[in-house]
Design a protein around this ligand. Structure first.
Ligand SMILES: [Cu+2]
Length: 332
């Protein structure tokens, strides 16, 4: 079809060679594209900034956010400048009959400038990133963290508290015995396993460090705690770890203005759905969540667990109500 169209456009001049009119048109289009990308950037910033994550709810969260905002600011500045120059020059110096481009093989001064500046900037960012990462991952035994295992499988999470002794009993997928309530493959012969507590919802006391140990039963999953700025892959056959200290209770987070605005926005959409009799239209309340952040299968999107950050007393009360592994095995 293209060929037929080309042949039907047979003219005296060869249409394969761009003329002044074509070049001018392309120059204007380049400039128009520049206005388009800046326009859509400003529009997105104004309209969608509100969907970003709220204030970090963990001790290391603000360091993490600062690192991200500095990186984003540098990227945004360089991107804005280089795109402007690229498109403006394409417009200003578009092809013109008789105009010739200046050609030079190399320029040491220019090469030096565009090598040294990115090297210094990137080295700075990488060093700053490494420093932040080491700070976050440094696990101090003196912090007396609560040990919790996160067990990932398609498509749900199970948590296991290490109990009174704060030591998890040994576990292996080969020991899984669904009929005998041993869903995590815990070694019943290990004395450390007796006081372990298996739950489907995590409760943590505010201000106390929590040390998570992740396992996966089947495929790669990723334990993602967006509000605490934490994420770690869960890999079959090995234990991965991440520790953080929650700083804001669920109740306090629900009082924050940005959270209340978000709840209002979501519930307005849900009310509309409810009016039409559609499903998933019950009013929503904010909760911290653990999500899976690796696309692990068809129900990946819904692989989540509720996290409740509460006061020490509330946590102790909740923990006292839970049954230990030893007791549930004996009951079977
Ligand atoms: Cu998953």
């Amino acid at each position: 079809m293209t060929k037929i169209f080309e042949l039907s456009q047979f003219q005296t001049e060869n249409s394969q060679v761009a003329n002044d009119k074509d070049n001018k048109m392309n120059g204007y289009l380049m400039f128009a594209f520049l206005i388009f990308i800046y326009g859509i950037t400003i529009f997105s910033l104004v309209k969608y900034t509100k969907v970003l994550l709220p204030e970090a709810a963990s001790a290391h969260g603000s360091d993490y956010d600062t690192l991200m905002w500095i990186s984003m600011a540098i990227i945004f500045f360089v991107q804005t400048l280089t795109q402007a120059l690229l498109h403006y020059f394409a417009y200003k110096y578009h092809g013109k009959e008789g105009r010739k481009a200046l050609f030079f093989a190399d320029n040491d001064k220019l090469e030096l400038i565009w090598t040294i500046i990115p090297v210094i900037t990137l080295a700075g960012l990488i060093l700053y990133g490494l420093y932040t990462w080491t700070e976050i991952m440094f696990d101090n035994a003196e912090d007396d963290p609560i040990t919790i295992e996160l067990y990932a499988q398609q498509f749900n999470w199970t948590a296991r508290y290490a109990g009174e002794d704060n030591v998890l009993g040994d576990a292996n997928v080969r020991l899984i015995d669904i009929d005998n309530a041993n869903i995590l493959g815990i070694d019943t012969a290990d004395p450390n396993a007796n006081d372990d507590v298996i739950v489907k919802e995590i409760h943590i006391p505010v201000g106390r460090k929590v040390h998570f140990k992740m396992r996966s039963q089947d495929v790669l999953h990723s334990a993602y705690f967006p509000h605490f700025r934490a994420q770690m892959n869960c890999v079959p056959g090995m234990v991965t770890e991440f520790a953080f200290t929650p700083t804001i209770t669920t109740a306090d987070m629900r009082q924050k203005k940005e959270i209340q605005d978000k709840v209002k926005r979501i519930n307005a959409i849900r009310a509309e759905k409810a009016a039409k009799g559609e499903p998933n239209s019950d009013p929503w309340e904010f909760d911290y969540v653990l999500l899976c952040n690796k696309i692990c299968g068809k129900s990946h999107y819904n692989m989540q667990m509720r996290i409740v950050v509460e006061t020490e007393e509330e946590y102790n009360k909740w923990m006292a109500e839970q049954s230990t592994f030893g007791k549930s095995i004996a009951a079977n």
